[in-house]
Design a protein around this ligand. Structure first.
Ligand SMILES: [Zn+2]
Length: 475
């Protein structure tokens, strides 16, 4: 309970009313206040003695309710202005109120006077600001404190995804959605700050959707059906992991995140890319049989590629190569090999033995073939999500399918003519040893088993027992 002095407010007010000899509601800054009070005082005929022991004061009346006393109207007006300024300060504007605030002049005994505090008065007023409502496709999203915040928000959200720079010349930016800001009166509690609003736009709109498990569903299949990642589906259902059994008819949750606004941008981007080096094997009769020696260490080249692109919220939708410039040629790795074993040159020109293999998985290459620091990488790593299906690079026969140390769950396929391909780190194998497969057939699911950091497909091309650079054989 609010207190004035040591009396509860209500009791204090009651006491006061009993002693006051004049109360009159007057509008704010009325010139009639002083005259009116004096006239009434004279009519009452109270003596000088009484006037000396009493003081003039005003009641602040909010929506017909007397809140408390202050010395005079100027002080009251000052207090209210301060409160409105302070309330609006976090939003960089002054707050407003629709409350009716009037003053009522009184005389009370000096000893009875207790001034109302600013904080007590502030609690009895309700506030609003003239904000702007952000609407996307006619749907209200949130209210900002002012139009400048709204403009800055939309501009910064576009820049968050377009990221213009010397290497990224953005030629056009637009919203795919109908975006508008509309003036609106809003209570203080409804206002979101520019920072909160930008964060909310970046995070997108989270909707919890129920999903009923179908026959033959698995976590990754549900993810693919719903355009989500397996880890996102699992995260939507706390306590689950990939081994959690799904029963048909069972209901699970999907935390679907959709953007509030889609930013479409077009431009030209310049990327610096690595040209992976080739590995060439030569026979050296001076070496013992089966031994190898690096005659020339390979090194990667570099090229600058210009792409004309269209992006939606930072994701490339389409892109075409506009220009390509080699900055540094790659140097082939030359390996000398002792005699008595079939040797295979695997440079680009001699790809007749291994050609026409298809990509087992579409995705960025995260590690190339060849020497990487002190280790020799026997294949390429293609980035993929746990559970992504990958396919056979060519027709052939499965010669092994199972768990194999560092490779984890692995498939090896013999394509004939001394050519084999290997697929490592799978989460699941969908073929078995001895089985014939066709080119493009789904044979396993991407995982991270064996010696692996993060889910990816490790893919090898093996010619006459030696691994060669898969990039020379893929198309
Ligand atoms: Zn690898």
């Amino acid at each position: 309970m609010k207190k004035v002095g040591d009396l509860p407010v209500k009791q204090y007010l009651e006491n006061l009313k009993a002693k006051i000899f004049t109360i009159k509601n007057i509008p704010w800054k009325s010139p009639r206040v002083i005259g009116g009070s004096l006239a009434l005082l004279l009519l009452m005929g109270s003596g000088i003695v009484y006037l000396n022991s009493t003081t003039s004061a005003v009641f602040i009346v909010v929506n017909e309710e007397k809140i408390g006393l202050v010395a005079d109207q100027d002080q009251a007006g000052e207090m209210i202005n301060q409160i409105l300024t302070e309330k609006g300060e976090p939003f960089g504007i002054a707050a407003k109120t629709h409350d009716s605030i009037t003053y009522s002049s009184v005389r009370i005994k000096n000893a009875e006077f207790r001034s109302l505090s600013k904080s007590d008065l502030a609690e009895d007023i309700s506030y609003y600001v003239d904000g702007v409502m952000l609407k996307v496709n006619k749907e209200p999203i949130f209210v900002l404190a002012n139009a400048e915040d709204g403009e800055k928000l939309l501009k910064d959200f576009q820049e968050y995804y377009t990221k213009p720079s010397d290497k990224n010349q953005v030629s056009s930016v637009s919203f795919e959605d109908e975006v508008e800001t509309q003036p609106v009166e809003a209570p203080l509690e409804q206002i979101v700050s520019y920072e909160q609003a930008l964060e909310k736009l970046k995070q997108g709109n989270l909707q919890k959707v129920e999903y009923t498990v179908q026959e033959k569903d698995s976590w990754w299949l549900i993810a693919r059906k719903n355009d989500m990642k397996t880890k996102e589906v699992l995260a939507s259902n706390p306590g689950t992991n990939e081994d959690t059994i799904l029963k048909p008819g069972e209901k699970i949750m999907l935390d679907k995140i959709s953007p509030y606004i889609t930013v479409v941008s077009e431009g030209v981007r310049t990327d610096t890319e690595t040209i992976p080096f080739d590995v060439v094997t030569e026979t050296d009769t001076s070496l013992p049989s089966g031994e190898t020696k690096v005659k020339q260490a390979g090194s990667d080249g570099q090229k600058e590629v210009q792409y004309a692109y269209v992006q939606k919220n930072g994701q490339v939708v389409t892109q075409t190569v506009k220009d390509e410039k080699v900055l540094k040629e790659a140097v082939s790795q030359i390996i000398e090999k002792g005699p008595q074993r079939v040797t295979v040159a695997s440079s680009r020109g001699s790809g007749s033995i291994v050609s026409g293999l298809s990509w087992p998985l579409r995705g960025p290459i995260t590690s190339y073939f060849g020497y990487r620091h002190s280790e020799y990488h026997t294949g390429i790593d293609i980035d993929g999500d746990q559970g992504d299906p990958y396919t056979s690079a060519g027709a052939g026969k499965v010669v092994s399918a199972g768990y194999s140390g560092n490779y984890g769950y692995t498939i090896t396929i013999d394509h004939g003519n001394g050519v084999m391909t290997r697929y490592a780190h799978s989460t699941k194998l969908l073929v078995s040893s001895g089985q014939s497969v066709s080119k493009g057939q789904t044979i396993g699911l991407v995982g991270s088993t064996g010696r692996s950091t993060g889910s990816h497909l490790h893919f090898e091309v093996i010619v006459n027992g030696d691994t060669v650079n898969p990039l020379n054989s893929l198309r």
